[in-house]
Design a protein around this ligand. Structure first.
Ligand SMILES: *[C@@H]1O[C@H](CO)[C@@H](O)[C@H](O)[C@H]1NC(C)=O
Ligand SMILES: *[C@@H]1O[C@H](CO)[C@@H](O)[C@H](O)[C@H]1NC(C)=O
Ligand SMILES: *[C@@H]1O[C@H](CO)[C@@H](O)[C@H](O)[C@H]1NC(C)=O
Length: 374
């Protein structure tokens, strides 16, 4: 059975313009495809690796926009993934970088020319236009662009930044059960620069938003299956703090081998040790490492695989690596430029439990071909 109907791109364009027009309201005032049916939704599949649409279908449409998420749902994603940051006035938004520079048209907005700042982030000075220096209203005047020059530019400048709540609403409006996978992004920096009433922290406001929209329950519980969500963070102290606020499953993200953790300044080697995996498994259901740390890469060829996946599984932790992309240099030469070969390898040889992919459509087609849903 077909779970969704891919929208022809000719139909997508007017549709995404509509999204653009209504982008400022919390709820779309027109019915999305899910509305008006009997309320039954095709459940989340749990029999094969999760298809996590990294920042939406951002291989095609600029990342973290309503159009990228809507497209990901049409493309067959199990989860839509987002990075949550904050505006100056404390609104939670979907945006990846601390700075607006690389993926928006902020440089063209002369009214913001004097908003450029230099901040120290983990001991390094960063200069640019930071989300934490803009109100939500100001952020909504910007338009999002593709991050990579080698991607289709036709949607650049069409879509606005959306809020965490608008993103949640897109998942809830999907015609089948689609999970959310929000990341608490740069919590140390955000808590330094944004203040909420009553001394609340970023983490508190983040969880309040999830609870407000009905997200709760342990992994695979009945409640969770209705509104699936994984919470992810690179900051262990955020995850342990969050575990007191919500029983939703959490994923511990692991950066490059050279990156210390932003909050506890622990090395990659420390946080991937058996001792640490044992500790963190009290708080999280899985880890999200970079695929290139699981199997190191040199000259774009895979090297000898590490035992990280086996050790994580031995601690009953799922492994959801990032980021699967259909293009050079992220699609390594071993796979002869064929993303299906890469998915086959990671499913059959490595045995991972989920994929962060910029191209959920490719992963969906691959999985429907090799292990179709009933
Ligand atoms: C923005 O792009 C520049 C140049 O490509 C790159 O060096 C930098 O890492 C990017 N910044 C972020 C925050 O991704
Ligand atoms: C983080 O740890 C490294 C290595 O132990 C050390 O050199 C560095 O000063 C530490 N940084 C901070 C901010 O504590
Ligand atoms: C990837 O290709 C390199 C170079 O041919 C080879 O040494 C390596 O074993 C290959 N890795 C895998 C997992 O196929």
């Amino acid at each position: 059975m077909k779970l969704f109907t891919p929208m022809a791109s000719s139909r997508l364009v007017p549709f995404v313009f509509l999204l653009l027009i209504v982008g400022c309201s919390a709820r779309a005032p027109y019915p999305l495809p899910s509305r008006g049916n009997d309320g039954y939704k095709q459940p989340l599949q749990t029999f094969r690796a999760y298809n996590v649409a990294h920042r939406g279908s951002n291989g095609v449409i600029p990342e973290e926009t309503a159009a990228a998420y809507t497209r990901a749902i049409e493309d067959g994603a199990d989860f839509i993934e987002a990075d949550i940051l904050a505006s100056k006035d404390g609104a939670l938004i979907c945006f990846h970088d601390m700075k607006l520079d690389n993926t928006t048209d902020v440089a063209k907005h002369t009214e913001f020319a004097r908003r450029k700042r230099t901040y120290e982030v983990q001991g390094t000075n960063m200069k640019g236009f930071f989300t934490v220096d803009f109100t939500l209203r100001e952020l909504k005047t910007l338009r999002v662009n593709q991050r990579f020059k080698y991607r289709d530019p036709q949607y650049n400048g069409m879509f606005s930044i959306i809020t965490f709540e608008e993103y949640i609403q897109i998942a809830l409006d999907a015609p089948r059960v689609v999970g959310i996978y929000p990341e608490i992004k740069n919590p140390v920096f955000v808590n330094q620069h944004v203040k909420w009433p009553g001394g609340k922290k970023f983490e508190d406001v983040f969880v309040e938003t999830l609870i407000k929209h009905g997200y709760k329950g342990t992994y695979l519980s009945k409640q969770w299956m209705k509104q699936p969500a994984f919470i992810q963070s690179f900051a262990p102290t955020s995850l342990t703090y969050l575990s007191k606020l919500t029983d939703l499953p959490k994923i511990f993200l692991i950066g490059e081998t050279t990156d210390p953790t932003e909050d506890t300044n622990q090395s990659y080697w420390e946080i991937t040790s058996d001792k640490y995996l044992e500790y963190i498994s009290e708080y999280v259901v899985g880890i999200g490492p970079s695929k290139d740390t699981i199997i190191p890469v040199a000259n774009n060829y895979l090297q000898t695989p590490t035992d990280l996946v086996a050790r994580a599984h031995a601690h009953n932790l799922q492994v959801h690596p990032y980021t699967f992309r259909n293009e050079y240099p992220d699609l390594h030469f071993n796979f002869s430029q064929d993303p299906y070969k890469e998915y086959a390898f990671w499913i059959n040889e490595v045995g991972v439990d989920g994929f962060f992919t910029d191209f959920p459509e490719s992963l969906h087609h691959y999985q429907q071909w090799t292990s179709p849903s009933q």
